[in-house]
Design a protein around this ligand. Structure first.
Ligand code: 523
Length: 152
């Protein structure tokens, strides 16, 4: 019985770890420099390849949003950033997943961007924001990005 109770507790802990209201956050960086924002073209998976995004990725369990974005931008673009405020609202990616855009400032703007996972990067002015074929969630952030670009 004791073992069954223990196993039951573990199951409860497992369920608690996947609580229905738990949301997986994907962070995306709005890297703004000289009045432009950096867009990156995905090369994978095949279903998303060729479409443009604000670079970023999933926040690991126990990791802060800022730490996750710093890590992702270092891995994907070889840049060091200081993470700032959220831009726009959380955008739903699925029933338990949201995209959260955070401002990111390059610590060394002279250092070249070296993409490891994207096959192209592009600096966009506010007027050029509509040009790329953005992922759906990123597309919803464009009005907020435009405002953020105008502010600096
Ligand atoms: N998005 C998205 N927009 C956006 C990003 C960074 C991600 O819509 N700007 C979506 C695309 C994927 C999911 O969020 O469906 C996870 O993003 P991904 O694959 O970049 O996250 P990673 O890099 O953490 O994924 P793994 O390498 O697979 O762990």
């Amino acid at each position: 019985l004791r073992r069954r109770v223990l196993r039951g507790e573990q199951t409860l802990l497992g369920i608690a770890a996947l609580a229905a209201d738990e949301v997986q956050v994907v962070v995306a960086g709005a890297i703004v420099a000289g009045g432009r924002v950096l867009a990156a073209r995905r090369s994978a998976p095949a279903s998303l390849a060729g479409r443009w995004e604000l670079p970023g990725g999933k926040v690991d369990p126990g990791e802060s949003d800022a730490a996750a974005l710093t890590r992702e931008l270092r891995e994907e673009l070889g840049v060091e950033v200081e993470v700032g405020e959220q831009i726009g609202p959380d955008v739903a990616l699925g029933p338990r997943r949201v995209l959260r855009c955070l401002r990111a400032r390059l610590l060394d703007p002279t250092r070249p961007i070296e993409p490891t996972e994207h096959d192209q990067v592009r600096w966009l002015t506010a007027d050029e924001l509509d040009e790329p074929d953005w992922l759906d969630a990123d597309d919803e952030l464009l009005p907020h990005l435009r405002t953020a670009l105008a502010a600096r």
